[in-house]
Design a protein around this ligand. Structure first.
Ligand code: ACO
Ligand code: HSE
Length: 391
């Protein structure tokens, strides 16, 4: 019996979720549910799992207009919208959701779920465990499949049997393709952007460097730093510098920064290059808004992503999928090179690869708003439920 089969045998029904009240004045689109016991892919148990998510628009009476939008590594369920007391970041895909937008709230019901193991409200390493201490190093190693299992609980709770569309980029694309692998009958269509069917050795290697950077910070404290009064900012900042370089193209960095010094203090005399200052800035920005324990957990989840695990080969997973699979690559992406997208296209065999033209590399999926908007509007139009408008 495989790990997955034994997990299904042990937990035949997905646990019932209950609503968790949100504080007065919180974003009215933000919701939370609690699950008494969540069993991970590797069989570990997370008691009292809280899953937080946001919704836009209205679910149709037939529940056939629901779209799930998946965030990437350091994104969250706040896909669009302003910052606020409970929301430190502005939306990461501005303009994608709203009346008349590609995800049109006049006709669609849009859901975004904060990933299990992250730090935006869904239970993660920073959350208090039942003994009143932060989970820290005791938090299970969760997977992309676990993130998708948690999202299936949200779908059950909302009364959504089948998504019209699941879409996302990068780690969000891993979740979108994993929906096809885990719940093909519940996934009407998937739009997988700048992503991959499995982690490559190159991606695992880059992630490993980032993990070691965090673990090498003395403030990391073996992952149990939450009550020490210190956070591993140096390690997390170094991890972001390493990662950010893989998110952008070499040509873009050279074009933007070249040999430019940051100040009149020349690099030759010990001053900084502009590109060094840029990476330092990116590191400082992330340290202000993200938890190192979650960063490590999600990085490991991405490293173990493999939509074919215990399922045969990619053609076995995607060849018989009867929904629509549309795959999009960024032409300058050095971290998720287009060949990985082509592998999904070939295994599915019924749609061409779409390409985003961008100088920015992997982050092109967050930056090329016009191209993303067109691709998203097209896939929504191609999967529109016959029932049409919201009642
Ligand atoms: C905008 C947000 O913070 S979204 C927050 C949520 N984040 C997510 O969900 C993750 C996804 N988002 C991202 O990864 C990023 O926001 C992206 C990829 C979409 C865009 O990246 P950005 O960092 O906005 O763009 P870019 O690479 O051009 O960097 C611009 C920043 O670098 C700074 N910068 C540029 N050159 C230098 C330099 N030589 N030295 C120091 N800083 C520099 C700019 O001043 C600007 O700073 P700011 O963001 O504080 O205004
Ligand atoms: N900039 C993206 C890269 C990962 O896809 C993020 O921070 O989530």
């Amino acid at each position: 019996m495989t790990v997955v089969e034994s997990r299904i045998a042990q937990a035949p029904a997905r646990p019932q979720a209950r609503r968790v009240p949100t504080p007065p004045g919180a974003n009215p689109r933000a919701h939370a549910i609690g699950v008494p016991a969540f069993v991970t892919e590797t069989g570990e148990r997370i008691p009292d799992l809280v899953i937080t998510f946001q919704t836009w628009g209205t679910l149709s009476p037939a529940a056939d207009n629901a779209i799930l939008i998946e965030h990437a590594l350091t994104g969250d369920a706040h896909v669009v919208g302003p910052t606020g007391p409970d929301q430190p970041t502005p939306g990461w895909w501005p303009g994608i959701i709203g009346p008349g937008a590609p995800l049109d709230t006049d006709t669609s019901f849009v859901v975004a779920v904060n990933a299990v193991g992250g730090c935006r409200g869904t239970t993660g390493p920073h959350t208090l465990a039942p003994d009143g201490r932060a989970w820290g190093s005791r938090f299970p190693r969760t997977t992309i499949r676990d993130q998708v299992s948690a999202e299936a609980i949200v779908a059950d709770y909302l009364g959504i049997d089948r998504w019209q569309l699941v879409l996302g980029g990068s780690m969000g694309g891993m979740r979108a393709i994993e929906w096809v692998g885990s719940f093909p009958e519940r996934t009407g269509a998937a739009l997988v952007i700048a992503s991959t069917p499995w982690a490559t050795a190159d991606q695992i290697a880059w992630g490993h460097m980032q993990s070691v950077a965090i673990e090498s910070d003395p403030a990391w404290h073996g992952g149990d730093y939450y009550a020490t009064g210190h956070t591993p900012d140096t390690g997390l900042g170094l991890a972001r510098r390493i990662a950010h370089n893989t998110y952008r193209s070499a040509a873009e960095l050279d074009d933007r920064f070249g040999l430019t010094p940051q100040t009149s203090h020349r690099p030759l005399d010990g001053g900084q290059f502009a590109v060094q200052s840029y990476l330092d800035h990116q590191a400082a920005k992330l340290v202000r808004r993200f938890d190192a324990g979650s960063y490590l957990n999600l990085t490991r989840a991405m490293a173990t992503h493999d939509v074919t695990r215990d399922r045969g080969d990619l053609a076995d997973v995607l060849g018989g999928y009867d929904g629509l699979l549309r795959v999009v690559a960024v032409d300058s992406d050095r971290l998720f090179p287009p060949a990985l997208s082509e592998a999904m296209v070939a295994a599915y065999g019924r749609e061409p690869l779409l390409t985003i033209a961008s100088d920015h590399g992997h982050d092109g999926f967050l930056i090329e708003h016009d191209q993303i908007a067109t691709i998203t509007a097209d896939v929504v139009a191609d999967t529109r439920p016959l029932g049409g408008a919201v009642g």
